[in-house]
Design a protein around this ligand. Sequence first.
Ligand code: DGJ
Length: 729
Amino acid sequence: MIYFNEEKQYFHLCSGDVSYVIGIEREQWPVHLYWGKTIKDWHNGAPLSFDEFTFSPGPFGDDLRFSTDTLPLEYPSADAGDFRESLLGVEWEDGTRVCDLRYKDHRIVQGKPMPEGLPAVYTEDDSEAETLILRLEDEAGALEVELWYTVFAAHPAICRSAHYRNKGAAPFYLTGACSANVDFRENELDLITLWGGHNNERNWERRRIAHGTNEIGSIRGASSHNFSPFIALCRPETTEFSGDVWSMNFVYSGNFKAVAHASHNAAVRLSMGLNEQRFRWKMMPGDTFPVPETVLVYSADGFNGMSGTYHELYRTRLARGKWRDKERPVLLNNWEATYYDFNEETLCSLAQQGRELGVELFVLDDGWYGYRHNEHTSLGDWKPHREKFPDGMDSLVKRITDMGMRFGLWFEPEMVSVDSDLYRAHPDWVIAAPGRSPYYARGNGQMILDLSRNDVCDYIIQSLSDMLQNPSITYVKWDMNRHMTGVHSNALPADRQGEVSHRYILGLYHILETLTRRFPEVLFECCSGGGGRFDPGMLYYMPQTWTSDNSDAVCRLKIQYATSLMFPAISMGCHVSACPNHQVGRSTPLATRTTVAMSGNLGYELNITKLSDEEKQCIRRDIALYKQIRHTVQFGRFYRLLSPYAGNDTAWCFVSPDGSEVVAMYIKELTEPVPQTRLLRLAGLDADAQYRDTATSQVYGGDELMNSGIAVPYEKSDFTERLWIFRQC
Ligand code: DGJ
């Protein structure tokens, strides 16, 4: 998988059908030569560096045409002749900030080394991957940087990370830390990013790259609803099914930045790493610092090709635990059904009704602990509410599990209410700047616990473990509902305050590692006001995420469509909720809400006891249908067919792992004034196979369904849907 040509000093990395070529320029600079469709060998010897104007100072007095400012670098240094984005920042003891990294040596190891304390793509056997480790050193000798590149036999993806070590005798500060960079020697490219907000996560945005710095990121203490740690470049002609796309996705859940910098010399630098705002890390002699990993995916087959690689890799080698390969249960969540207003009886009647309709997991959301009747109190006091549960929680859990359902519980472990026993006992445990007024969120008293402290992490682990001692609790929804302000820890000295944001995330990962190992039977679902922390870092610990608090079927089309750029359907929580919708006030047919929710892990979040008999009948039928197709939806190959960003219709399809079943879904937003029959062309089928439509028994050829398409009949109504199941015959 990894070949080194000693004579010509280049590395050829082959990952699936993708090649990545790195050269060592003048024996000192690792340079980027190629990333794309697989090639047999590398012969291109064209010069890489030019600067005829000598405005960019170079390292060779006798060759002023050589400039690191135009060199396609694998890991650009700081203040060392390259005026584009640096991948790292260093502040030495004497105040200087120069860091001039030069190649020293390399090694190639079998398998994939794992960074300590961080989430990362893993292997189950060393034969699955190979890793190239390039060792670089700063000219002055104190900083050593290892660049790790892992390639896989079965996945056309490359994982990159950087590992710093202070090998000098004095401390210094890191002021920037990125894991991956690719310098493209072309700039006729489009840039893809995902922007959003609460209730409106991950909107797909595509634009021609402009000269200068095109940056997205987060300084919120979480990857956030606002931008996803994902960035891609593609050719102007790239579509869902054809054309080149190069992408990066950061395996991290906190502050990040992704940059596409188009420079004067028709080149684009694409990089991913920690956001240097809110980051300053003290490196004592001997200290090491691993930068979280970035997953690089290239596809020659457009965005669907790229997504297919992410989906397979993330589903099988990023998500972990017993639930990774298990079908996910259909759940009923009480949040939008009751909000804070419930007791054991109301919950049991909801659950009973759910059970009768086929629900497999009942989830008790916010409001079950402390004396929480609204959002102002009790976060941190993870003990059952005495008025709502006079007999404790065990009685409710038993009643639900006796009905034959699983039981799940909501927590928001990283938070504390000012009005709580926890805050009264430990006011110093929150993140807040001393001597300044605190900023609150959600009502008047929600603060963030300082997860950079071990004692706080221990408290969270202990309080959740106490609740999870009841083995009948087999699901946890892990919520997080505010962003970080006044970033300061009472446990760290002044010169380490710049470490708080990253230490918080390391603390969070430690807690999650401990709890997921201690409670392997529990299915953990990530949530941050919906999809505010839907990132690969969290996926490593929790195999599914509540995609968005917005469960309106129309809004969900765009949200789920763009989320699927990197994340597989099995990682998306999708619920049917009441109408008018609580977030946007829209009414859509139950069938449409259901089809959209069936595109991920199906759940319900409404008061089903209040539905008409006819609606209950529909839900009973829908859940039964979902159980039939969920293996294909959750473990199959997914293709986006029609984009909600392009028009009125959205469509996608799932092909089962063995190819024998195809589930296609189509949703039309507004009806057209002129009746028309749309032909929907499917993808991923066997062109030579025959498929039977299970509803009509009509048989079609795979080639026919992919090239001519299936007819979508006209309906005189807004928000209509169609769902087809085809089986090979
Ligand atoms: C935000 C979540 O996204 C919702 O689903 C719900 O759990 C509320 N928090 C509860 O406070």
